[in-house]
Design a protein around this ligand. Structure first.
Ligand code: SAH
Length: 264
């Protein structure tokens, strides 16, 4: 009798271990929309509104798997900067069946027209800090593997969906479509803002969009980057950012949720 109990206990343990293991490691069959940000504040509102079925912890990243506005999603804060955001996005694609990706967050306004709390929907993205250091200084070049002159294009239907949701949320006067420039620097310089305008015709600058875009292109996943302006990337950027980052981040989250609601 004792032996039977022991065998039963071992079997129950094995079953429990197997199902935990299976949830965390088996490649999923459900197709999901990936929602990626750099910082907690940029997904807090989304997480508060989502039904999270389970979390996967991989390499220090938490993948929140569940539903948001009736859609299957994985929500992930990948980290600040091009390296972590690209690594998190690749891990997302390797682990789940991701049908499209929405990056949500804040940025510095570069265009004269983009004010704090305005929205910029990226049509394309470029790494403004990729290039060569010559004796004369830094010279920007296109990334070597990019056939599109260093620019990564967002999916047109996702751009339109984001634009309509943004107009609905903050009004047409506060929504812009165009180029976002990404680099591993917090820009707090009016002089550099001018460079970003002149060299790249950028409307906003941030630290993740183009690297996420590069990974999306590599994996052929349609994507869009949406950003609410937390500052103007000028000499006051640090202070303005501190004052507006949370509000801007929430606006961007609201727009993502509206996009999902309107998605077929
Ligand atoms: N509190 C953080 C600041 C994060 S950096 C710290 O002190 O370390 C700013 C984040 O917001 C990045 O994820 C970037 O994508 C975005 N961002 C907002 N304004 C920016 C600016 N002016 N230049 C570059 N990135 C900016």
């Amino acid at each position: 009798m004792k032996k039977v109990f022991l065998l039963l206990a071992v079997l129950i343990c094995l079953f429990a271990f197997q199902s935990t293991f299976a949830q965390g490691n088996t490649a999923e069959t459900v197709s999901r929309i990936g929602i990626v940000s750099a910082m907690d504040t940029e997904i807090d509102l989304i997480l508060a509104n989502a039904d999270i079925e389970y979390e996967d912890h991989v390499g220090g990243i938490v993948f929140n798997v569940g539903t948001l506005c009736g859609k299957n999603v994985v929500i992930v804060k990948a980290g600040i900067g091009k390296v972590l955001s690209a690594a998190g996005t690749a891990a997302l694609f390797n682990r789940y069946d991701i049908s499209s990706l929405i990056f949500t967050g804040v940025a510095g306004g570069v265009g004269d027209e983009t004010k704090v709390l305005d929205m910029v929907i990226a049509t394309d993205l470029v790494q403004h800090d990729y290039g060569t250091i010559q004796n004369e200084g830094f010279v920007w070049t296109s990334t070597h593997d990019n056939t599109n002159g260093g620019y990564y294009s967002c999916d047109e239907s996702l751009v339109n969906l984001a634009y309509d949701a943004a107009v609905d949320t903050v009004g047409a006067d506060h929504v812009f479509k165009g180029t976002i420039a990404s680099g591993d620097q917090f820009v707090a310089s009016a002089a550099y803002v001018k460079t970003l305008q002149e060299k790249f015709d950028a409307l906003a600058c941030e630290m993740e969009g183009a690297s996420v875009a590069a990974v999306c292109e590599q994996y052929s996943v349609p994507f869009v980057v949406i950003r609410s302006m937390s500052d103007k990337a000028d000499g006051d950027a640090r202070e303005t950012y501190d004052n507006f980052v949370d509000m801007a981040a929430d606006h961007s989250c609201t727009i993502v949720m509206k996009m999902l609601e309107n998605m077929k």
